[in-house]
Design a protein around this ligand. Structure first.
Ligand code: PRP
Length: 190
């Protein structure tokens, strides 16, 4: 029988209930803001939620359902080179399916760490002349920031430098399906 991956977690940082409550609040804040001045699209099209694959998938699915008004969504995927020779280098793996010129774009991330990924995305999407760009991240690891990037909507700031998994976030592609966010026991880190 396969083991229960929840038992590989040493400490839960954010429970499923805490996450649900906070995602509801953030969704309502986004609805309010876009109804009260954040929306700049002259054609008044719904905001376009841009999910950054793969980590933001779970958050995006819940967040979208907590914004009780019209939204559209699209998906983008990037990868960091991670070879140590060019820190912060990011490349596009999968582009958006549609143009964003004139649209109100809300980038949805699971976590902003150094900020290199979100900075790359914000610059790249801004070059396509959307009407506005905002950033929403479930987790904001503020002390780790190496770039000057503003996160408009934060689910939970995280002051400690814990390596976290669950609710979309992985270790070697596993644990994204945990319904909470926690820290892996050391014996499961290779
Ligand atoms: C994670 C996360 C962000 C990025 C944040 O993605 O989803 O996109 O790292 O790190 P940064 O602020 O230091 O750039 P990852 O590369 O692990 O891919 P994944 O989303 O597929 O898990």
């Amino acid at each position: 029988m396969a083991d229960n991956i929840a038992e590989r977690i040493s400490r839960i940082l954010f429970s499923a209930e805490q996450i649900g409550t906070r995602v509801h609040e953030v969704g309502e804040q986004i609805r309010f803001d876009y109804a009260n001045g954040a929306a700049k699209d002259p054609k008044r099209r719904p905001p376009l939620l841009v999910c950054v694959l793969h980590g933001a998938l779970v958050f995006m699915a819940d967040l979208a359902r907590e914004i009780p008004t019209e939204v559209e969504y699209d998906f983008i995927s990037v990868s960091s080179y991670g070879n140590g020779t060019s820190p912060g280098a990011v490349r596009l793996v999968k582009d958006l399916d549609r143009p964003i010129e004139g649209r109100d774009v809300l980038i949805v991330e699971d976590i902003v760490d150094t900020g290199y990924t979100i900075d790359y995305l914000r610059r790249g999407l801004a070059a396509r002349r959307p009407a506005s760009i905002r950033i929403c991240s479930l987790i904001d690891k503020v002390p780790r920031r190496e770039t000057d990037v503003q996160v408009d909507y934060v689910g939970f700031p995280l002051e400690e430098n814990a390596f976290i998994v669950g609710y979309g976030m992985d270790y070697q592609e596993l644990y994204r399906n945990l319904p909470f966010i926690g820290v892996l026991k050391p014996e499961y880190i290779k």
